[in-house]
Design a protein around this ligand. Structure first.
Ligand code: TXA
Ligand code: MG
Length: 291
């Protein structure tokens, strides 16, 4: 089913059902070594499925429901099937904040795996129309319209295993917010196996993306940030320079720019602080720079 969350639209399936999970990988064209996030209704359910230490519990208390995913050792291997975990002995879990996903999870009771509802490698959908265009034909048994996603960027993914908490994917919960709860984070670098999904080119529209542009070149669409004259092919992520607004609009504007069939999409520099870390992570990947 198409499932709205506060971050991006997900393509959801019963995490315990390998056939349903296989259909999700199929619909997205997703490599099977890339594990899925299990969504649950509350932290108690999460702690029955995974082994949560004090740090995981503190993070859950601080940020759930909300855009944080915690990777922890798997406890209940049947609840989130092997295929969903790509055979790993860890599981990624989050409690989303969107009222529609919360209602579905409360009614269903068990974990629902939901990758972003894009086809593999493409920008995540943040509106119902974009989600339906990506995978709606595959998910049409149930497609819930929850309006535009308030956050617009995927959840932050952290690993709470041995050693310091590791940031695997920057996202809507910022580094500073995490460090206020668990102290300094270890970077994901050199530990790519722990976050298999970080290896691939990702979030890419059809047109080539050029980042840190000061102005568009002939034929390019332009994603501006801050004051910029309006005009054809100009999509301003935030005229006032607000990072939360830019995050919420990023994927929708990449798609909208793409629909004008430009020779390329130029994107203005975004400050690398707070939410900007996650925005720049997605832009670098959309531009084909991994890491
Ligand atoms: O905001 C979100 O997280 C959205 C909404 C729908 O909840 N979901 C999402 O899922 O972004 P997806 O599948 O596009 O990204 C999941 C990320 C991938 O980078 C994957 O490799 C990583 O989480 N992941 C999942 N399980 C993992 C595990 N056991 N260890 C390390 N990384 C894991
Ligand atoms: Mg994704």
């Amino acid at each position: 089913m198409l499932l709205p969350t506060e971050t991006v639209y997900g393509l959801g399936a019963d995490a315990a059902n390998p056939a349903a999970v296989a259909a999700i990988f199929e619909a997205k064209g997703r490599p099977r070594f890339n594990p899925l996030i299990a969504h649950v209704h509350d932290a108690e359910t999460a702690a029955r499925i995974a082994v949560f230490d004090d740090r995981a519990r503190a993070l859950a208390a601080a940020f759930w429901p909300g855009p944080l995913t915690i990777v922890a050792p798997i406890r209940d291997v049947a609840a989130v099937c092997d295929l969903a975990r790509a055979g790993l002995d860890t599981v990624a879990i989050r409690v989303p904040g969107h009222p529609l996903s919360r209602a579905v999870l409360a009614a269903f009771g068990g974990p629902v795996v939901a990758p972003s509802a894009n086809r593999s490698g493409r920008p995540s959908p943040t509106t119902f129309a974009d989600a339906f265009a990506e995978t709606g034909d595959k998910a049409a048994a149930a497609a819930l319209d929850g309006g535009p996603c308030a956050v617009g960027l995927e959840s932050t993914v952290v690993a709470v295993l041995d050693g310091p908490v590791r940031l695997l994917r920057p996202g809507a919960v910022t580094r500073a917010q995490l460090e206020a709860v668990v102290g300094p984070l270890a970077p994901a670098d050199g530990d790519a196996k722990r976050s298999p999904g970080r290896l691939a080119l990702h979030y890419a529209p059809d047109a080539p993306v050029r980042i840190e542009a000061t102005a568009p070149r002939e034929g390019e669409a332009f994603l501006a940030f801050g004051p910029w004259p309006t005009g054809e092919g100009v999509f301003n992520l935030s005229p006032s320079g607000d990072l939360a607004e830019a995050a919420a609009k990023l994927f929708a504007y990449l798609r909208a720019a793409d629909r004008t069939r430009p020779v390329g999409i130029a994107v203005a520099s975004i400050p690398d602080e707070g939410l900007g870390e996650a925005i720049n992570d997605r832009l670098r990947r959309a531009a084909g720079f991994v890491g």
